[in-house]
Ligand binder design. Sequence first.
Ligand code: SF4
Length: 484
Amino acid sequence: MSGVDLGMPTFPDAAHRAVRDAQLRHNLGRATSTIRNKRAAVVDELDDWEQLRASGAAIKAHTLSRLDTYLERFESAVTAAGGTVHWARDAAEANRIVTELVRETGETEAVKVKSMATQEIGLNEALASAGISAWETDLAELIVQLDEDRPSHILVPAIHRNRSEIREIFRREMSGSGAPAPADLTDDPVQLAEAARHHLREKFLRANVAISGANFAVAETGSLVVVESEGNGRMCLTMPDNLISVVGIEKLVPSWRDLEVFLQLLPRSSTGERMNPYTSVLSGVTEEDGPSNFHVVLLDNGRSEALADEVGSQALRCIRCSACLNVCPVYERAGGHAYGSVYPGPIGAVLTPQLYGVESEDTASLPYASTLCGACYDVCPVAIEIPELLVHLRHRTTRERKGWFDRLTGTAMRGLGWVFGDSKRLGRAQRIASLGGRLFGRRGIGRLPWPMSRWTDARDAPAPASESFRQWWERNRTGSGDER
Ligand code: SF4
């Protein structure tokens, strides 16, 4: 895989700036703690949560192990139901297919359901360069689009904005692309929602093309499942005559029955609800009901390569619930933009380097954006071992990258491995280190000179203990076996 430069600062640089933004930290802390608490309450209601979680993980792992079979089954079912399946190897191919499909309708605009896959491929920008306007209809996506901002959360893309900031965005930007915000708009959530509804309504009524993603794609029936909270998705899926859905190949589940598991796991993990307010299922084309032209673009864009990585492929189980973001202490302080990708937080730190490769500095920095505390694994509804993946990708980063610092780190780690691999060597190293401990005393080392300053710029370097545990043991316990 060739490395892709996301064109963003590396995580340490971006996070360094973000943590100084007190308003951002306040907005994030408040929003994530609210969702976190809601999730915890509804998960606690279920006695069989761990079994559900294990089932979700097993279904996803099984599907990924036979993905080729299920993809072909899905294609046959969609075709039999009157839809058309297109295969896209990468973002450019997917964008080209969607652009051509919209052009064939003769339309120059489309309404969109919130979709991570279309953000991943930069579809809105590709359509705009072809003269096609794509209107986001999810409230948070609308806020981000109006402000020409970037999403910072999987589920709540405008989580970094508070109510008064949103009011300003609406007042400033809405008139540029449709119905303006009322002049006396306040930051009351009801008024803000009403302004968005009014702005979007004319777009829904006019639209002849809709673009969506899907939460799940059922191989057995060729159905797409879209879950959402606002009803905008239902409008997009049912009102326009043309529907184009861009779906990552990992979204497959084998059968209709599997949804029973995921439709319990997803709402509880994402919005902290027992079920989603809107669950729309589209199974092909039906006369005089819903779209008469239905296209599914199955997107690879690095997923096949991720699938080939025995450890890393776990990340493809992700159902984009965002629970791991809401519990991550790094995400809560640095925010989503610091990850430089549409996939922020712990899942972004393991998915983005796999989709785009670890050759560039920005993607290679992501597996280090974690304290490895494990909270992400604890809440993940499909039990992805994110800490294990982070360590695996750190290893890959030092192995595959050719920069001087990566070579230095690799050499240092191999040296440490050699020392830790033999108890005599380790004992000698500890004795030498304890001399340093006596030298520095309680002050600690502080800042090391370059190039080790790349380590100590971001963390304290404590002084080694003036006595190792082995030395202490020899001094206190040798010869007094029963004291153990
Ligand atoms: S990794 Fe797990 S917790 Fe995080 S978004 Fe994906 S499914 Fe949700």
